[in-house]
Design a protein around this ligand. Sequence first.
Ligand code: PLP
Length: 358
Amino acid sequence: MSRFLSSAFSKISPYTPGEQPQNREYIKLNTNESPFPPSPEVVAHINSEEASRLNLYSDPSASMLIDAVAENFGVSADMVAVGNGSDEILAFSFMAFCEKGVAFADVTYGFYRVYADLYGLKTKIIPLTEKYEINPDDYKNIGCTIFIANPNAPTGHCLPVSEIEEILVSNPGNLVVIDEAYVDFGGESSVPLVNKYNNLLVIGTFSKSRNLAGARIGYAISNPEIICDLNKMKFSFNPYNLNRLSIIAGTYGIKDKEYFEKCTSLIKEAREYTVSELKKLNFEVLDSKTNFVFAQSGDIDGEEYYLSLKDRGILVRWFNKDRIRNFVRITIGTKEQMSLLIDATRDIIKAKHGEDIK
Ligand SMILES: *Cc1c(COP(=O)(O)O)cnc(C)c1O
């Protein structure tokens, strides 16, 4: 730390992204990316013609992308904002709407804690239930801004929209932010509620179900006043937050619904396979509506399992954090990748039992 860093930031512990190894080929099941390439439409439209325009700034209103997102969700364009990843929209939301503090779960997306600290916000941390689920009653009449990942990460648990609605009704004076990063793998979207409740902000991403993590595209859907506030933050921070190539990637990516359906259904199939195989190997697997499973073995502790998989060239995510230390979060890749994961797991557990007998 230099002597120039403001004291306000000296104690912040930044978000730790999952490893992105550059020097060894791993089967990468650690950051919830899609194993599939972007839609061929995306690849076709990010061409040298557009690349040759990189001397010019991108469209600060990203209107082509906004229109495509609006059309996809059946809302008007003034109800959509886009950002450099949904992380940026989350950051703007923590910046803009959290004067009275923020509430979120003890086990949820790690960035909520980081943003709360970055902006010096009061936090109300709400523990998940014994079964690692969000109890909607804990979020009623709360008196500050609420952030819920639905489905939640890294647990995979999903609340039905009817329960989100109860939270909205009981918090008329507070903004409720629903982070739908994983909704396309079997969750229920709260987007239809934005016309009914003016205290709802839904945030989504192209990083998981739309195969574009590297393009950094996120979106917000809410009423026009909230969208206007988000744009105020954006234009006070980085007006060209989406670059030319990402605007094109997002636009053609979201238009290719067939490819999206195909990829998400392959992931769901591979998830069901993974869950049933892990259960056969004595794992507890939390019910998942996402592109990952959160699982703990009855035979090997979480860190050891994570390290043994890494030795064998498979990366999963292990969190050194109370309550979930024995779990690993495994991204669902292709069926082939998952079958290799299962083989490796069987070997690891066999080796471990051999050791116990010795
Ligand atoms: C991955 C993820 C994000 C961030 O997505 P980006 O659009 O890549 O910034 C946000 N929220 C949750 C819950 C996530 O898992």
